[in-house]
Design a protein around this ligand. Structure first.
Ligand code: AMP
Ligand code: ZN
Length: 468
């Protein structure tokens, strides 16, 4: 497989550290509210990545953190008059429900920041010992970016210019340089009763340190892939690299993958701009999880995705069309139709699909392979050339697509298809008519009616329909 590594800004061949095992860290939600579909674009990208890796034969160990303590969770739990843990629990539960709605596969671990304070404290101790961290004027602990030579390499930030330009404001923050970031924030009255003991006094961790601590605990000091939305790249991921590499003295991550934003009218969808839909908003408008999934996964992860409600309506129509197609395939599969084995078109689709997904998750080409197979299979069905075995092969390929896409519900389509028993009766009727046994043919028509099916003779042969 090949991935575009943000760190090197180039597409690279993917080689895991340890055989077939791929270890992935994904920055998860801040659980102070319902996630919006911009956030879910990132989680769907990560789900497609995870499923594509498994599809290509890798075992995946994925960690997604839950940020359940930060300025926003503290602020909003206070405003609601609820204890922090009770407040965030509600949004953690909602998050997992939403993942289910969108058919996002569960990660192996969902560690919570509040349950890993000792691990964070250990790293901060090491950073202080090694001289990368210092106690600020406000008694908080800060990371000194000037001490870490590679600072800015991921985001390609020119630290010289950065520091010169913004030094004026430094005093307000109680730290030496404005780019320095907090590892441990000393308690103040805004924090209410949210505080943990530490060697430096009562306080709470900074945001970045949680990801360094939890990735190390579950995935080791160096792991394969780190993902997130592009807005996480700076300063969050830059700071994660600085803390982890300074503390551990070794490389943090081999491949950085970032997904572009979901935008609305040219602007990033975000809570602060107020231009957001939650998943629940869309569900209440009548869209299903798989329809929304189709919209969110359909644009390559490194391109901006412009969200519109029309795209949701289009997704509904497209998936309905696929469903009708799968129902028809089941009808052919359940019949004794002799004909094309569909071997050629299925093989071509399978090869293109895998090649596309292996090439930095090229979703457009993967979708093209899916549409092409639908088109070719429809041609065979419409000309009466598709055999029962051919239909089974195409259905099998759609099940295979769904290992990554998870939108087609292939098996469920069987319920709408014509059952084998009915197809057998229809075929029997055809041969009765051929043998001029009209009495038998009429009898079969009645038998079919009794079972709830209507048969219509058309120039292209008999058509079977369920009686409404
Ligand atoms: P947050 O809860 O704000 O920390 O964000 C959770 C994840 O969603 C992060 O990986 C963000 O980069 C990502 N994210 C936030 N807004 C958007 C957006 N409009 N489009 C894509 N990803 C986003
Ligand atoms: Zn993170």
């Amino acid at each position: 497989m090949k991935f575009f590594n943000t760190y090197t800004r180039s597409e690279e061949e993917f080689t895991p550290i340890s055989g077939n095992e791929v270890r992935i860290y994904t920055c998860g939600p801040t659980v102070y509210n319902y996630a919006h579909i911009g956030n879910f674009r990132a989680y769907i990208f990560e789900d497609i990545l995870r499923r594509a890796l498994k599809y290509c034969g890798y075992n995946v160990m994925q960690v997604m953190n839950l940020t359940d303590v930060d300025d926003k969770t503290i602020r909003d739990s206070k405003a609601a008059g609820t204890a922090l843990d009770a407040y965030t629990k509600k949004f953690k539960d909602a998050f997992f429900q939403d993942l289910g709605t969108l058919r996002i596969e569960k990660a192996e671990f969902y560690p919570e920041a509040t349950k890993h304070i000792p691990e964070m404290i250990s790293i901060i101790k090491i950073l202080l010992e090694k001289g990368y961290a210092y106690v600020g004027e406000d008694k908080s602990i800060y990371f000194s970016v000037a001490k870490f030579a590679n600072y800015g390499k991921l985001a390609r930030i020119d630290m010289e210019n950065q520091r010169a330009g913004v030094r004026v404001k430094t005093d307000e923050y109680g730290k030496d340089a404005v780019a320095d970031f907090a590892l441990w924030k000393i308690w103040d009255e805004n924090d209410g009763d949210v505080a943990w003991e530490s060697p430096w006094g009562k306080g709470r961790p900074g945001w970045h340190i949680e990801c360094s601590a939890m990735s190390m605990k579950y995935l080791g000091k160096t792991f394969d892939i780190h993902t997130g939305g592009i807005d996480n790249m700076f300063p969050h991921h830059e700071d994660e690299i600085a803390q982890s590499e300074a503390a551990n003295g070794c490389r943090f991550v081999n491949y950085w993958l970032h997904c572009e934003h979901l935008i609305v009218n040219g602007q990033k969808m975000s809570k602060s701009l107020g231009n957001f839909f939650t998943l629940r908003d869309l569900v209440s408008k009548g869209y299903s999880g798989r329809e929304i999934r189709w919209v969110l996964m359909g644009t390559h992860y490194r391109k901006k995705l412009n969200f519109t409600l029309e795209a949701c309506a289009q997704a509904k129509a497209t998936l309905q069309k696929f469903n009708d197609f799968l129902v028809r395939l089941y009808s052919v599969k359940n019949s004794s139709a002799q004909g094309d084995s569909a071997g050629e078109i299925v093989r071509k689709a399978a090869d293109s699909f895998k090649a596309a997904m292996s090439a930095d998750l090229n979703i457009s080409e993967a979708l093209a392979a899916v549409f092409e197979l639908e088109h070719e299979a429809n041609k065979l069905m419409e000309s009466g050339k598709m055999g029962s075995g051919g239909a089974a092969a195409v259905l099998g390929q759609f099940k295979d697509f769904d290992r990554i896409f998870s939108v087609f519900d292939v098996a469920a389509a069987d319920a709408g298809s014509i059952p084998a028993e009915i197809t057998t009766l229809v075929e029997e009727r055809i041969s009765a008519k051929k043998n001029r046994n009209y009495a038998r043919s009429d009898e079969i028509r009645k038998e079919l009616q009794a079972k709830g099916w209507m048969v219509e003779d058309t120039p292209a042969g008999p058509r079977v329909k369920k009686i409404a």
